[in-house]
Write a protein that binds this ligand. Sequence first.
Ligand code: SF4
Length: 496
Amino acid sequence: MEHAFDAEFDRPREECGIFGVFSPQSEAARLAFFGLFALQHRGQESAGIAVSDGSRVRMYKDMGLVSQVFDEEILATLPGHMAIGHNRYSTTGSSVKRNAQPVSCTSMTGDIAVAHNGNLINAQQIRAELEAQGEIFDTTNDSEVIAKLLSRTFKEDIGEAIRSVMELIQGAYSVVVLTPKQIAAFRDPNGIRPLSIGRLEDGWCVASETCAFNPVGAEFFRELQPGEIAVITESRPRILKPKTAQRPAMCMFEFIYFARPDSKMYGTRLHVVRERMGEELAREHPVEADCVMPVPDTGIPGAIGFSRVSGLPYAEGLIKSRYIHRTFIQPDQRMREMGVRLKLTPLEEHIRGKRIVLVDDSIVRATTTKQLVKMMYEVGAQEVHVRITAPPIRHPCFYGIDMARREELAAAKFSVDEIRERIGAASLGYLSVEGAVKAVGSPKDTFCLACFTGEYPIPIPEDVQKDMFERPKVGAFATVRTGQGSLDFSNELQPR
Ligand code: SF4
């Protein structure tokens, strides 16, 4: 199957959504389907579900959106009351079915399936060691490293097996595991990627985001804390606490852009957080203008907040195609050059003659912002003032987010005023790191802010950085994928 046309252009991209469910009175595969459906924004490349009926693990996965991969016929082949599922991030370049998740392995105690969101920074090293000991890998992703390690250590207690694996792996990981008799979930000691537990009438579920709970009839129970392991059988989840405490470092970009606005993280609804980011932005970068417009959809709450504090009226001036994510047809070169027009159409009547504050959530390479500003001037905007509800991105992400290589990051190369000039805006203002932290309402030292500050909560080995920067660059329209930079073990040109 061709890969989904990447409609988000110049955006950081999430690297996967995971879901797990234990529900004795349900068809777990059906619940996993709807859980993954709610997490579709975290990955559109492939989808997979593994189930167990208490004795045997079965699995189905393929390339495509959740609704393209699964139908009634396939769900009927996945009986059982326990399931885990995975959505993988979509790119425009090469991508293969064998890298779809969950990944499975055989242990002495039966089959194990694993679904992972994040990026291990020492996966290559562990893989080399395992290969030297005779292990054969079927995939080129780091999740199989976790599965192989678990299959070697799992005898009776999956919680203890996970604990010993966590002593070996480093990086960002939120993981769900399925064995024939239980599901388990665990989070890296810094809690970089999110993971929450939900309560069902007859059981439990876990998900990357709380937005997956409502569709399956679950109530939010609690976030899995950094370093915690939850083993879920029939009764209450058994929580294993981390042996050593490390500072929490949740990815700030989950709050700014990645996660769905109806999800909650650190106890706060993200739509509300993003409104507050817009409010802070208006305080930090006020401007005389006629109205505030969002870049839909993710700029909407920020524009609402900006409007509230500035007193400028909120107006819609860009209409987003609702279906662009769903096409698997690649645009031709001429269409690629048109870029943002494939996704957004300007409302000339709302733009002509106006001084506009255009609110967006991030600038990576600045290519999209430049096209947007140009498009608004073409339909008669008098002034376009760009306001961004994120700080400037100056450093790459090694923890599972696809962003860009350092040399492609606009803010790594240029000053704010140089970027303003390049995008053709009348003015440009970014939210400060302090403003972003204040908007969430948790202490600064509970976040990963590395792509803004360069201070990585988990030190990045030099060979990982080197590997990332020496990788060949894929086409300008394609994604350059840094999130799994150290993890593509094959020689194929992987979009990263
Ligand atoms: S470096 Fe940036 S994108 Fe990556 S985990 Fe940290 S805050 Fe998130």
